[in-house]
Design a protein around this ligand. Structure first.
Ligand code: PHE
Length: 339
C-alpha cells in the first residue's frame, strides 16, 4: 500500500498536471471523491485494531488536509493563470502608431453647388429641387421645343424605354430648365429661384461627361429685364470667384425657350488665366410661349433665366483642366479640395 507521503506526492503531481479546472476536478474526485483513494482507505480503517486505527486514522486525516490544501492552491493557481492569459490577450501595445479614423469630404462640385446656393439665397432666391427622370413635355415641349423641332437634336438625349404612369414619354433631363416650368406653375407669377442638380447627355470626352451638374436660375415679375440678368449674373460671378478682376460678356446665341438668348462668357483680367474668354452659362429673356406654358400672360409677366454648368464653374475656380478628374474617384485629386 502507498505510504501517506507517497499518497500526498501522487496528489501533488496529479494536480500539477491538470492544465484546466475541469481536469483538476477529475483529479479531486480520484483522490477525495466518494470512491476516491483516500475515502477507500478511510473505509478500510474499520478492519484495523483500535490502537492502529487511531494512529492510521490520524495520519489519513493529515493526508486529507494536505491534499485539500494542494487542491485549493492549484485551483487558485489555475484561476490566476486564466486571468493572466486573458490580460495578455487583451494587452494594448502602446508603442504602436495610432489608427487614425478617415474623414469624408465634400466633392469639389458639391462645394460649388453649396457656394452657389449661399450666394443666391443671400439675394433673395429660393432653392428648388426636381426629378432627374423627367417627362419629355417638361424637358422639351413646355420649353418651346415641340416634337421634331430641330432644337431637340442640340441635346443628345437618354430616352427612358417605358413611359410614366400617365403614358408620358420619359427622358433623363438634359438640362435643369424643366425646373423653370415646374417651379413657376406652383409659385408664380412673381418669383426668384435657382434649381441646382444633375443632368444627363450622351456625351463623353475631356470637357463633357454623360452626367454633369447645372444650376438653373429664374426671376419672374412684371418688369424683369435683360439688364437685371446682367446685374445679377455679374454680381454672382464676382462673389463666386471672390474677385472684381473679371469681365462678363453676353454673346448672342439661340435657345428655343429664351428670346433674346445669350451665352455668358467670363474673362479673368489678372492671374494665370487672364485674357481668355470662357463660356459658363446659357441665358436669356424667357420666351413668351414658355411664359404661357408656366400658366401666365406674357403681356404681364417677364423675366430672365440662365443655366450654368457647375463643373465649369468649379474648373475655373480651382484651375482644373480635365473634367474627367471629377468623376474618376482618384483620392489624390479629391483630397486637394479638403480643408
Ligand atoms: N438649358 C440651357 C442648356 O442646357 C441653358 C439655358 C438655361 C439657356 C436657361 C437659357 C436659359 O444649355
Amino acid at each position: 500500500m502507498q505510504s501517506i507521503d507517497e499518497l500526498i506526492a501522487a496528489a501533488r503531481r496529479a494536480f500539477a498536471a491538470a492544465a484546466r479546472p475541469a481536469d483538476l476536478e477529475n483529479e479531486k474526485a480520484r483522490f477525495l471523491g466518494k470512491a476516491g483513494i483516500l475515502t477507500e482507505r478511510l473505509k478500510s480503517l474499520a478492519r484495523l485494531e483500535p490502537q492502529q486505527r487511531r494512529e492510521e486514522g490520524a495520519r489519513l486525516n493529515v493526508a486529507k488536509e494536505a491534499i485539500e490544501r494542494l487542491l485549493n492552491e492549484r485551483r487558485a493557481q489555475l484561476a490566476e493563470d486564466a486571468v493572466s492569459a486573458q490580460l495578455a490577450q487583451e494587452a494594448i501595445d502602446v508603442t504602436l502608431p495610432g489608427r487614425s479614423r478617415s474623414r469624408g469630404g465634400l466633392h469639389p462640385v458639391i462645394r460649388t453647388w453649396i457656394r452657389v446656393e449661399e450666394i443666391f439665397r443671400s439675394i433673395g432666391f429660393d432653392v428648388a429641387d426636381g426629378p432627374e427622370i423627367e417627362t419629355d413635355w417638361y424637358n422639351f415641349t413646355a420649353l418651346n421645343s415641340p416634337e421634331n423641332h430641330p432644337a431637340r437634336s442640340m441635346q443628345d438625349t437618354f430616352y427612358v424605354d417605358a413611359p410614366d404612369a400617365q403614358g408620358q414619354p420619359l427622358v433623363l433631363r438634359t438640362h435643369t430648365s424643366p425646373m423653370q416650368v415646374r417651379y413657376a406653375r406652383q409659385h408664380g407669377p412673381a418669383l426668384r429661384v435657382i434649381a441646382p442638380g444633375r443632368t444627363y447627355r450622351v456625351d463623353d470626352d475631356a470637357t463633357h461627361s454623360p452626367m454633369f451638374h447645372q444650376v438653373e436660375g429664374l426671376w419672374l415679375d412684371e418688369d424683369i429685364s435683360f439688364a437685371d440678368l446682367k446685374g445679377v449674373y455679374t454680381d454672382f460671378v464676382q462673389r463666386f470667384f471672390e474677385s472684381d478682376d473679371l469681365r462678363v460678356r453676353f454673346r448672342p446665341s439661340y435657345f428655343p425657350f429664351t428670346e433674346p438668348s445669350a451665352e455668358i462668357d467670363l474673362m479673368f483680367t489678372s492671374g494665370p488665366r487672364k485674357g481668355q474668354w470662357l463660356e459658363i452659362s446659357g441665358a436669356g429673356q424667357v420666351h413668351p410661349a414658355v411664359i404661357r406654358n408656366y400658366g401666365f400672360d406674357p403681356e404681364k409677366t417677364l423675366g430672365f433665366a440662365f443655366g450654368s454648368g457647375l463643373e465649369r464653374l468649379t474648373m475655373l475656380r480651382y484651375g482644373v483642366d480635365d473634367l474627367r478628374n471629377f468623376f474618376s474617384g482618384d483620392l489624390r485629386f479629391l483630397r486637394q479640395f479638403q480643408e
